[in-house]
Design a protein around this ligand. Structure first.
Ligand code: NDP
Length: 509
């Protein structure tokens, strides 16, 4: 469709293809008369203009993206049968990077987590890995997500963002400490989208050709090198250019400086989940790389800019529910909430047939009994039945062998209940599903050990110093009550850090 429009030298047309006589003058009743309703070009032009904007994403509204290629250079076939991960396989792909809390038009340089969404157009359907530039997240249960985002967005009366509201939520949600340590550290303002790592963040499931299951975490390591901006550098840049990350990505690709990330995974044997020191399905935790070292898979390179930002990036409908045979979910409550939420958001923003838009179309055949709805573009061969379970036995049939891939959704028939996700049900396989029985308490499931480890053992002195300064600056405007909770929160992470934050914030008042 785009080619019909690009480079056209003919007259401008209405959307029905008919030429228009002028783009300058409306039809009026005489020289100074009213405009007429039968000026269909005018009416169409204004009406379409009024409808140009669609609902922006509630989160990750501001972003940039590009197309590329994923190449598998290693052999991980003993862990997954997914075609996209087989040795030598090359797949077209799309990446979209974003900030989280800001709206369309917000500055790229704000301190925020960065979205890191990948789509692989595989032979077996689209695989989307929709992660962030951090390996963890603020919460571990999707039921808190709207509350969390409300606290990071704007107050209802002033329409302003509010540090007090942010710290109030974080300190009342101690599981956020690991992610907030990242956010307040150097990695909270990556220099741009090219100079940051990505993570699938959640635990997923891989299934090999023999039906064996593994737990997997994805890591995407930038070959451009990690780089960040200090608070002061970011403030200056934001004043000059609100779109620097979007611009940097686009211009790098235009000049042929294609950004590349190495794709690595951590693999946990299925049975080890029950015994591991932390709940491996808790999104606020990492799996230590000393226990589960990174395994190389291949790399992806972004080498093609979108030709139309709206059509190809704004309408890109990434969803963790887009899985392929050999890849499944885990009992990670945040993941399972997102598996519903993302596809639902696209139905709202783009319509029920968003999969039919060119950027979202799988590059393999789609044989579905779903039909009709707004924006239908594809339809099935009319000689085929419109319903499954047809007596004639014609049309597409389900492939039972693929079910293991989609499996892994924990269902809980007899024991349904609400539990803190630091504990989780003793899972087991019942066919392709899990059920929960006795709860497991993992020995190191507290909220503060891992961020404490990050502060004490991963950061160097200079990074620790910047962390304390960034936290104190980000506290501007908190109430005395929240202020006390913030000191306790950071003391729980690390005693030095708690004392340092208190000292610096009091000095700044
Ligand atoms: P390791 O020493 O084996 O791994 C440490 C990890 O920390 C590396 O992946 C490294 O990534 C990353 N890292 C280095 N500098 C920073 C920084 N300034 N901010 C954030 N991350 C950084 O230790 P463990 O795997 O046992 O993890 C220890 C702690 O490290 C965890 O509690 C967690 O906070 C943090 N971490 C762990 C990750 C994991 O997947 N296990 C991933 C990232 C952080 P790089 O090579 O890119 O510098």
């Amino acid at each position: 469709m785009s080619d019909k429009y690009a480079g056209s030298t003919g007259p401008t047309t209405r959307l029905n293809g008919a030429p228009v006589p002028t783009e300058q003058h409306s039809v009026t009743n005489g020289h100074q008369g009213g405009i007429t309703l039968n000026d269909v070009h005018l009416i169409e032009k204004l009406a379409h203009f009024n409808r140009e904007r669609i609902p922006e994403r509630v989160v990750h509204a501001k972003g940039a993206g590009a197309f590329g290629e994923f190449v598998v250079t290693e052999d991980v076939s003993k862990y997954t049968k997914a075609a996209v991960f087989q040795p030598g396989e090359k797949s077209e792909m799309l990446a979209r990077f974003s900030t989280v809390a800001g709206e369309q038009g917000s500055p790229d340089g704000w301190r925020d987590v960065r979205g890191f969404a990948l789509r692989f157009y595989t032979r077996e359907g689209n695989l989307d890995i929709v992660g962030n530039n951090t390996p963890v997240f603020f919460i571990r249960d999707g039921i808190k997500f709207p509350d969390f985002i409300h606290s990071q967005k704007r107050l209802p009366d002033t329409g302003l963002r509010d540090a007090n509201m942010q710290w109030d939520f974080w300190t009342a949600s101690p599981e956020s400490a690991h992610q907030v340590t990242y956010l307040m550290g150097d990695r909270g303002i990556p220099k741009d989208f090219r100079h940051m790592d990505g993570f699938g963040s959640h635990t997923y499931q891989w299934i090999n050709a023999e039906g064996e299951r593994f737990w997997v975490k994805y890591h995407f390591k930038t070959r451009q090198g990690w780089d960040f901006l200090t608070d002061a550098e970011a403030a200056e840049l934001v004043g000059e250019n609100t779109d620097h990350s979007r611009q940097d990505l686009f211009e790098a690709i235009e000049r042929g400086d294609y950004p590349t990330w190495d794709v690595k995974v951590q693999i946990m044997p299925y049975e080890e989940a029950a015994e591991y020191k932390i709940n491996p399905f808790d999104l606020t935790k990492t799996w230590s790389q000393k226990d589960y070292p990174l395994i190389s898979v291949g790399h992806f390179t972004l080498n093609r800019n979108p030709r139309n930002f709206f059509a190809e990036i704004e309408q890109a409908a990434f969803a963790p529910s887009n899985t392929v045979p050999g890849v499944g979910f885990s009992p990670d409550k945040m993941l399972l909430a997102r598996v519903f939420s993302y596809a639902d958001a696209h139905r709202y923003r783009l319509g029920v047939n968003h999969d039919q838009l060119p950027v979202n179309q799988p590059k393999c055949p789609v044989n579905s009994f779903s039909q009709d709805g707004y924006g239908t573009y594809h339809f099935a061969d009319p000689s085929l039945p419109v319903h499954g379970s047809n007596g004639a036995g014609r049309g597409p049939v389900a492939d039972q062998a693929s079910s293991a891939a989609a499996a892994g959704c924990p269902v809980h028939s007899n024991h349904a209940g609400r539990v803190d996700a630091t504990t989780y049900g003793q899972w087991d396989n019942v066919g392709e599903e899990f059920y929960a029985g006795a709860y497991i308490q993992h020995p190191e499931d507290d909220d503060f050990s891992q961020p404490g480890d990050l502060v004490r053992n991963v950061l160097d002195d200079a990074a620790r110093d910047r962390l304390a300064g960034n936290i104190a600056r980000a506290m501007a405007g908190v109430t005395p009550e929240v202020e006390q909770r913030v000191y306790q929160y950071w003391t729980n992470v690390d005693e030095w850090l708690g004392a340092e934050v208190e000292k610096r914030f009091k000095a700044s008042k």
